[in-house]
Design a protein around this ligand. Sequence first.
Ligand SMILES: [Fe+2]
Length: 227
Amino acid sequence: MITQTNPDLDRLSVGELAATLPDATAVFRKFKVNFCCRGDIRLADAARQRGLKASELEEALRALEGSDAPPSLSMGTNELIDHILSRFHEVHRRELTELVALARKVEAVHANHPQAPHGLADLLQQMRGELEVYMKKEELILFPAMRRGAGASLDAPIAQMRHDHNDHGEHLRRLEALTNDFTPPGEACRSWQALYTGTAKLSEDLMEHVHLENYVLFPRFQEIPTP
Ligand SMILES: [Fe+2]
């Protein structure tokens, strides 16, 4: 339970708080605090980076008192991997294919608009390619080894996945910049609006996906987690 004097807000990193406090990820999304691949910092530092007062973040987290704990915490490893595959890997594949096509259309139709997202389709296509390679590595090598209960031998592949996650984080920052933080111009057509709604969802999903692996799944196989 989070209370006024709960020491966890000072002691745990942002990533650890997101993994253990009920609905903390929603608060971090709202305040645009990175809790997935750069979540190994304290709350006060994260607030400083975003130009916020630490007390604002702490207050929002305390307001969550009484919410249910993140369901991923109580999942066994097999169940958690199944969840990651069906809720994130499959969804990224399906949505990225649609978003690349939609971005090509919007860029072509609105090519002369001053706020047209030039380069968005290429970025989404690059993300689709890189995510496919990364997800295949997990699906064919890392996850089967985890299901078999492998231990310290997974340090190297986990380190590689964490490195790949950082690359995804860079792509998300470019995505935000290209879409004006997923905000279309007032006169944007339905396709343009749908494109930004879809890219915002992709961004949220990818952050949640990376967070679950970095702070919930991977630490189960590492003695000293190194996000
Ligand atoms: Fe994954």
